[in-house]
Ligand binder design. Sequence first.
Ligand code: HEC
Length: 94
Amino acid sequence: MKKLLVFAVGAYSLLMFSGLVFAQASAGKLAARACSSCHATAIICEKLGNRNAEVWQQTVARMQGNGAKLTDADAATIAEYLATAKPGSKYLCK
Ligand code: HEC
């Protein structure tokens, strides 16, 4: 019974972890795709780590105003990614 529990907790953590990694990767790729058509992503990279979630939401909303074609859901996903991405993100800053 105890072994089963350990297995269940282990499998659950692994699933959650890989889900998280997958979500990070797809959000990073989405940002790279959506944010590179008008300017280099370098101007985003410079700011990674310097802005909180609220400021990134404002930035992405301003980009929608600049003409970025994004659903609000994608805008939210991107803002969340940018707020948590480490400077030098492999998706944006290669
Ligand atoms: C339709 C064109 C377009 C797209 C697509 C676009 N941008 Fe911009 N971006 C601009 C323009 C125009 C400026 C300069 C004016 C301004 O800052 O709003 C700019 C400036 C910036 C700046 C520098 C100003 C600042 O706030 O520090 C950042 C950062 C930025 N964009 C991030 C992004 C992100 C993140 C995305 C993807 C969600 C994105 N951009 C997509 C047009 C675009």
